[in-house]
Design a protein around this ligand. Structure first.
Ligand code: COA
Length: 159
């Protein structure tokens, strides 16, 4: 049974994340989407909300489950018996940060392998903060996020 962890803060989950999760779900028997508490990032959406969005957006993928975590990534990966971490790589600017994180995680637990999936061109520039920024000025994020997230962003920034 090949099980992989797709981690992130997912504040909120975007179609770029869903592209990575969908591709990974075709390569592994089981995918756990790990939603990090990431309190230091002061997320716009609560952990419960971010988990709920990820669950709704991945409901059609039979081998994908979503779990929150508030721990080191390698500890969570061990807890759920996943020895592969899958992350998206959007542009060269992601590389240095991801290289550093991968090296740190490898030092903590060399049994956990990190794999990267290149984002397709339409999602190369996409990030959760870009989505939050567009929404905060009431711009459309229709093609960038799943419907449940679009609705929640509209409600949040109408307040
Ligand atoms: N599509 C769209 N956006 C993407 C993306 C994709 N395919 N891949 C990355 N992004 C975006 C994210 O939305 C995020 O955007 P934001 O900064 O605007 O919110 C940004 O790129 C960074 O993504 P990522 O590197 O995955 O960071 P993250 O905050 O989403 O998640 C964790 C990082 C949770 C994986 C990391 O903090 C972690 O492992 N935390 C646990 C504690 C730990 O072990 N720390 C490391 C010790 S060495």
């Amino acid at each position: 049974m090949k099980k992989a962890l797709v981690p992130g803060t997912f504040d909120p989950i975007t179609n770029g994340h869903l592209d990575v999760i969908g591709r990974a779900s075709q390569m592994f028997d089981e995918i756990v989407v790990g939603v990090a508490a990431s309190a230091k990032k002061k997320p716009l959406f609560s952990l419960d909300e971010r988990v709920a969005f990820a669950r709704e957006a991945t409901a059609s993928l039979g081998n994908v489950t979503v779990q929150p975590f508030d721990d080191l990534l390698v500890h969570f990966a061990a807890d759920i018996n996943a020895n592969v971490v899958v992350k998206g790589l959007r542009a060269i600017t992601d590389f240095e940060y991801e290289f550093q994180m991968t090296a740190a995680n490898y030092r903590l637990n060399s049994d956990v392998e990190t794999m990267f999936i290149m984002s397709p061109p339409q999602y190369m520039y996409l990030s959760s903060s870009i989505v939050r920024e567009i929404s905060s000025f009431h711009g459309s994020v229709e093609d960038l996020v799943p419907a449940c997230v679009e609705k929640a962003l509209k409600a949040r920034f109408a307040e």
